[in-house]
Design a protein around this ligand. Sequence first.
Ligand SMILES: CC(C)(COP(=O)(O)OP(=O)(O)OC[C@H]1O[C@@H](n2cnc3c(N)ncnc32)[C@H](O)[C@@H]1OP(=O)(O)O)[C@@H](O)C(=O)NCCC(=O)NCCS
Length: 169
Amino acid sequence: MTTLSPLDSQTDDAIDALLDAAFGTDRHGRTAYAIRAGMRWLPELSYALSDDAGIFTGLLQSWPVALHCDDGAETPLIMVGPVAVLPGRQGEGFGKLLMDRLIADADTGAKAPLMMIGDPEYYGRFWGFSADATSGWRAPGPVEQRRLLSRDVAGASPLAVLSGMLGPR
Ligand SMILES: CC(C)(COP(=O)(O)OP(=O)(O)OC[C@H]1O[C@@H](n2cnc3c(N)ncnc32)[C@H](O)[C@@H]1OP(=O)(O)O)[C@@H](O)C(=O)NCCC(=O)NCCS
């Protein structure tokens, strides 16, 4: 049976190995890493997926970040990702299981809207992420505007259209 567990059930080495397999060992230079530099992932919104043989096959991490607005205000956000599934196991529904769990938990417990860098064709289709609120957002590295996504959650005020720089909280 496929199981989802808190990500802190896995060692740091196992997490790094899975991320290297999914994204490559040069992944640390990505803009997403700069946005959440120095932060620790949120244990209550980060998951490990094990397949029916008990093999650690996928993971999802979430991070505390913020939009540092041009007017000096700070809007807290929860950055979702990486979502990673072992290359040989992609397309089996594991990514969807991880995201379904994240969204269910975020809609009941999260106190800040979600953001991520990802394909709108995937994250918009299933979970309602969009680039509608992010046109004024900047990032500490290159990012395609259409892939800069946000999603409101039940427990936080809806995101207004704001201008500012993404970074650690
Ligand atoms: C992106 C990723 C997490 C998706 O997980 P997955 O387990 O392969 O995807 P699923 O099997 O759950 O896919 C569910 C559906 O979404 C579709 N889908 C998956 N990735 C997609 C993408 N990038 N764009 C559009 N659709 C996508 C699948 O075709 C499938 O559609 P269907 O139900 O109509 O057949 C995984 O492929 C991965 O780890 N990729 C490498 C790392 C990466 O790019 N992560 C995302 C950025 S953080």
